[in-house]
Design a protein around this ligand. Structure first.
Ligand SMILES: *Cc1c(COP(=O)(O)O)cnc(C)c1O
Length: 404
């Protein structure tokens, strides 16, 4: 099997001009990934800047109510409020070792752009982020955050003016400026070596869980549950456990409003569950597409899960049966958002609420065993406005019904 492949998934489906850049990145990564100086510096950033290690918290009230032991891996406590900084710090440091002066990224909801801006400001990079014009309006607070940290946000006016168009623009920039620029991809997606690099930087999550759960419970969990958009927080917590086949792994995708794909758009974001093989962002993987192979826009209550594909390694692990893809609906995720807030005093990101919702739904079935770890990928502060709006709309609807 070629190194760039995970079974039949992965690869490097990019224009010829980008091959040298991918090769340069791969060689640099191989050179530095075990280099003591690089690792010591990364460790410093992870500890003192990002706030690692994050706690593995026993959710006592949730556990009591659902009848199994539930632990939360608190990635919501990482600086910036999500796991994304683990990856941007790692890649930015690698770019520094490679002598690059400039970082570029694309962002949908703005979370990855923000995490990139943080790393760039701290390590002294020039930074530009591509973002669809539609997303810029929807996520104006994240645009302001990035600008505060000195990042230039470029509005992308082409196509549907969302994430997939921003991806195209970022690729275009990289082709032109590859000499001094590192393209910082935000999940375990894209051409080799990106899925491997992002997975490795995010694996700090799973490595910490291994030690923490042994200390607290003296054994590995029966199940690990993580939400999956592109799949980086899922791969990060799963990867150190892949060989431990007694531990069941559940990536939870966004089931959205309904489980039906229309031709114009997918009302969900469940690439692992119902996607088909195709090429997205330079990799062969499972994606949401129409019968002509055109990418379908995904849809979810959580902007961070709204990606039309999924990382190739997750596609492979699903293919060989090592992970069990599943999904929950927008409404189930919202219910989990309220439940965790009320029961534990922790407001989860809507993305992470999908993982919590799956555990709430499955706890009684025995499917998850008695000891479960949920990757709490982020905090919910960023989602308060949209949850508030959904609540208000719900109330209005109820009032109208009552008047009838
Ligand atoms: C971006 C994001 C995700 C989804 O990205 P993955 O690569 O699938 O992890 C999940 N949770 C939070 C909080 C995010 O910000």
């Amino acid at each position: 099997m070629k190194k760039s492949m995970y079974g039949k998934f992965g690869g490097q489906f990019v224009p010829e001009v980008l091959m040298p850049a991918l090769t340069e990145l791969e060689e640099a990564y191989e050179k530095y990934k075990d280099d003591p100086k690089f690792l010591a510096e990364l460790d410093y950033y992870m500890k003192d800047f990002a706030g690692r290690e994050t706690p593995l918290y026993f959710a006592k009230n949730l556990s009591k109510k659902y009848g199994i032991k539930i632990y939360l891996k608190r990635e919501d406590l990482v600086h910036g409020g999500a796991h994304k900084l683990n990856n941007t710090l790692g890649q930015a440091l690698l770019a520094k070792y490679m002598g690059k002066k400039r970082l570029i990224a694309e962002t949908g909801a703005g979370q990855h752009g923000t995490a990139t801006a943080m790393a760039a400001a701290n390590m002294g990079f020039e930074c530009e982020v591509y973002m669809g014009a539609k997303d810029i309006v929807r996520q104006h607070m994240n645009v302001y955050r990035m600008e505060l940290m000195g990042t230039k946000v470029n509005s992308v006016e082409s196509g549907s003016r969302t994430l997939k168009d921003a991806i195209n623009e970022a690729f275009r920039d990289w082709v032109t400026n590859v000499e001094n620029t590192h393209y910082l991809i935000g999940s375990v997606v894209g051409s080799h070596p990106y899925p491997m690099i992002v997975r490795d930087f995010q694996s700090v999550i799973g490595k910490e869980v291994k030690e923490q759960i042994m200390e607290k419970e003296g054994r590995y969990p029966d199940s690990i549950v993580a939400c999956a958009g592109g799949g980086s927080n899922a791969m990060g917590i799963f990867h150190p456990f892949v060989e431990d086949t007694e531990v069941k792994l559940f990536p939870v995708e966004a089931g959205g409003k309904e489980m039906k794909i229309t031709e114009k758009e997918a009302l969900h974001s469940s690439s692992l569950c119902v996607g088909e093989e195709g090429i997205l962002q330079g990799a062969h993987t499972l994606i949401l597409q129409d019968k002509y192979g055109q990418i379908l826009e995904s849809s979810s209550v959580s902007a961070g899960l709204d990606y039309s594909g999924v990382g190739p390694e997750l596609a492979h692990l699903a293919d060989i049966g090592r992970i069990t893809p599943c999904n929950v609906s927008d409404d189930e995720a919202l219910e989990a958002f309220y439940e965790l807030s009320r029961l534990e005093g922790i407001i989860p990101a809507l993305e992470s609420s999908h993982a919590v919702a799956y555990v709430m739904k499955m706890a009684k079935t025995g499917e998850l065993g008695d000891l479960v770890v949920i990757n709490l990928s982020g905090r919910g502060d960023k989602d308060l406005e949209s949850v508030f709006r959904i609540m208000e709309e719900g109330k209005e609807k109820e009032e109208k019904e009552a008047c009838k």
